[in-house]
Structure formats: C-alpha cells, structure tokens
Design a protein around this ligand. Structure first.
Ligand code: ATP
Length: 220
C-alpha cells in the first residue's frame, strides 16, 4: 500500500480463523489503521487483495462487517439515543435487544447530546453501535482510546459476551494489551508496514510467554 509515494504496507499476509479474536498489535505508525481501512473496504490497496469469508472485500462484504474506525466521529447534534435510533434504521442487521443490553453494560446516557460527550463516552457509544449489529465480522480500531480502566474492562467483557452467543470473528487493533490479553486467540504483530510475526496465543502460553512479553521480544 502506497500513500503519497510512501510505502505504508508491504507484503502483508495473514488470515483470521472464523469465530476467533485476532489482535493486531504494533507500535505507532506501524500501519494498523491503514490495514484495517483496507480490510473494511474504506481504502484500496495499491496491490494485493483482501478476502472476507472467501469474497473479495468491497461493497458486497460491507454488510458482513461492523467497523469501528480510528478517529471516527458521530453526529454531535444528535443525542446518544437519537443516534442509536438512527443506526437501528441504517443497519439491516441491527439487534434491538442486544443494543439495549449494551446501553446498560456500557453505561450510555441516552439523553446526552453526542457533542457534549467525553472522548471515552463517545467511544463507548461507537462501540455499542458496532456490537449491536449481528454481522459475523467485527473490526475495531483502538476501541479503548480515551476510555477509563473500569470501562475498558466492561468493553472487554462486552466483547466476550458477544463471542459467547455465536460465531463472530473479531479483528482488533489496540495498544491496550493487558485488557485484551485473555481474549486474543491469534496475534498479528505489524511493524514498519510488515507482518513481523503471527502467533497462536495458546502456543505462546505453552512456552510460558505472555502477550506482553512476546510483544517486547518482537519489537524491542
Ligand atoms: N493519508 C496518508 N498519507 C500519507 N501517509 C499516511 C496517510 N495515512 C497514514 N499515513 C502514514 O502511514 C503510516 C501508518 O499509519 P497508520 O495510521 O496506519 O499507523 P498505526 O499503526 O495505526 O499507528 P497508531 O498506532 O499511531 O494509530 C504512518 O507513518 C502515517 O504517517
């Protein structure tokens, strides 16, 4: 992938098993957001391709994934409740019962105008908008940005609750390894626009390694 003549991603190859949680980990500027934009069809690679459930990523696969973008913005003039009402009409795969549960779990104040929400509160609303959909693939780019410690734990447990109910696949870029360490099945380490390693977390544990120590091995 080239942006303004700069090579951002090179020879990136990996796959994520259906029903698993994959962590996309790497330092600032590694190319994680760029890669997730390509996976979600928001950016087109200069060469190569992405397949989602066997189909080339593009308009037909958009309905199969929910994407939480890095620095995404919701309309500030709506209240959180109005936004969720709008999103419920926008997405054909919206699950209202699940949305109501997420509003409780993530402590979303439905009457608050989005423009007045803190960064962490808006992030929780964005996350609820993603997880309320029944799409089989969920792609989250930094779901913990600006989110306090207790809310991080609630987000992590919301992800677990989602997993418990089916065959959903998660691809999550994050710097917050500790909150997610217990959830990841697979780790994709991206550094300098290249895949530095792909690891199975159970195998790492068999070797007595934590995700954090493996991260240090790969990048330090
Ligand atoms: N539109 C663009 N034009 C030129 N360069 C870009 C553009 N978007 C991103 N880049 C560059 O691509 C590289 C990777 O950026 P990206 O946002 O994908 O990294 P990241 O791994 O998500 O980083 P972070 O952890 O800091 O969010 C960076 O060096 C960035 O400056």
């Amino acid at each position: 992938m080239k942006l303004r003549k700069k090579e951002i991603l090179q020879n990136v190859t990996f796959s994520v098993k259906q029903g698993s949680i994959a962590g996309l980990l790497g330092p600032n500027g590694a190319g994680k957001s760029t890669l997730l934009k390509i996976c979600s069809g928001l950016a087109e690679p200069t060469s190569g391709s992405v397949r989602i459930f066997g189909e080339p990523a593009g308009v037909p696969t958009l309905g199969k994934m929910a994407f939480l973008p890095d620095r995404g913005k919701l309309p500030g003039w709506l209240t959180a409740g109005e936004w969720l009402g709008f999103a419920s009409q926008l997405y054909p795969d919206w699950d209202e019962a699940r949305a109501e549960r997420l509003v409780d779990d993530l402590r979303i104040q439905l009457g608050s105008p989005i423009g007045t929400l803190s960064r962490g509160e808006e992030m929780r609303l964005q996350l609820a908008s993603c997880l309320a959909r029944t799409s089989p693939l969920i792609v989250l780019d930094e779901p913990f940005t600006g989110v306090d410690m207790i809310s991080r734990e609630q987000i992590a447990s919301s992800v677990v609750a989602e997993l418990a109910d089916g065959e959903r696949t998660f691809l999550i870029a994050t710097h917050d390894i500790r909150e997610m360490e217990q959830l990841f099945d697979t780790l994709i380490f991206l550094g300098g626009g290249r895949v530095q390693a792909v690891d199975d977390v159970d195998s790492l544990r068999e070797y007595g390694k934590s995700v954090e120590s493996r991260y240090r091995d790969v990048f330090s």
